[in-house]
Ligand binder design. Structure first.
Ligand code: ZN
Length: 309
């Protein structure tokens, strides 16, 4: 395991950085002005994705979603790469696509950079639905899929308005929710983790199911295990911003896309509100997602990025 202190040694002490960034009277540099993360804008990205229909491979919504992300990211001045891969799943060859975007544009991408990730695919089966008749139908994935992506898309918009002090890579994973069992999940992140060079990254933050109107984000156990300093930085940032939706206690061990990244040597935490009754049901719909929740998560990530040196 790499020495964690080296990864964080360049962080500005969070309190100093945040007072500077939030315009508190104790702040010093008046020139530091962060763009506003717009929760309404992020909510529109959730709605647009849901409108495309199911977003898993083979469905028209899957291809349309990739086009939607690419158009937005190119419009924000990032470079975009599609990385298709084919796997045999349930005796069928299926092609998935991870989409990767870099800010600033550079060839090769600048390093070390911060990785921000979310899965974009929606679950093909509502296998947790209380009604057995619904369990073979695809879900909207308004929170599970679209919410994390929406925050990444809105963050990308802020980069042009106020460039973050470090290079950023956004990755939109495919095949996270394929399944039905864990054996056929996290497909995109596993492939991506096999391609990366760990030394290219300072750390990573994964966003998953962070749009719930009743948002309560607890610290996730694997994140604390692999990247305790990053957990502390993020939760301190949320506290300084006055967001009581972030609880500084550990709850749940979640198998998610952050695990392949950590195993590949990139310290990565999972921001997730797993207490979501509509999880993997047909009820995971747009009305369950709130602009305020998206805005709080996006604002915390924005402040973490701008506090880095
Ligand atoms: Zn899911």
């Amino acid at each position: 395991m790499p020495n964690t202190s080296a990864l964080y040694r360049n962080l500005v002490p969070v309190t100093t950085a945040l007072f500077a960034l939030t315009g508190c009277p104790r702040s010093t540099p008046s020139s530091v002005k962060l763009p506003v993360f717009d929760g309404q804008q992020a909510l529109r990205h959730v709605a647009a994705q849901v409108e495309l229909g199911p977003r898993f491979t083979g469905r028209p919504g899957h291809a349309a979603a990739l086009d939607y992300y690419e158009d937005h990211l190119l419009g924000c001045g990032l470079s975009v790469e599609r990385r298709p891969f084919t796997l045999e799943v349930h005796n069928e060859d299926l092609t998935f696509t991870n989409l990767v975007a870099f800010w600033p544009k550079a060839e090769p991408p600048r390093a070390p950079r911060v990785l921000l990730a979310a899965h974009f695919d929606s679950r093909p089966w509502a296998d947790q639905d209380p009604d057995p008749a619904h369990r073979n139908q695809p879900i909207d994935g308004a929170n599970d899929g679209a919410s994390g992506v929406a925050v990444l898309l809105e963050l990308a918009r802020t980069f042009a308005a106020a460039p973050p002090p470090i290079p950023i890579e956004l990755v939109f994973f495919d095949g996270e929710d394929h399944g039905p069992s864990a054996k056929d999940m996290f497909l995109g992140s596993n492939v991506y983790a096999g391609q990366l060079q760990a030394s290219d990254y300072r750390f990573g933050i994964l966003l998953d199911m962070i749009g719930d109107a009743d948002l309560q984000i607890y610290q996730e156990r694997w994140s604390v295990h692999y990247a305790p300093e990053l957990v502390e930085l993020v939760w301190n940032t949320a506290r300084e911003l006055g967001f009581t939706t972030f609880h500084a206690t550990v709850r749940h061990s979640i198998m998610d896309d952050h695990l392949p990244l950590n195993r590949a040597g990139v310290k990565c935490i999972d921001l997730i509100d797993f207490d979501y009754p509509a999880w993997h049901t047909l009820e995971d719909t747009l009305d369950k997602v709130s602009a305020t929740s998206l805005e709080q998560v996006g604002t915390v990530v924005l402040h973490v990025l701008h506090g880095l040196r």
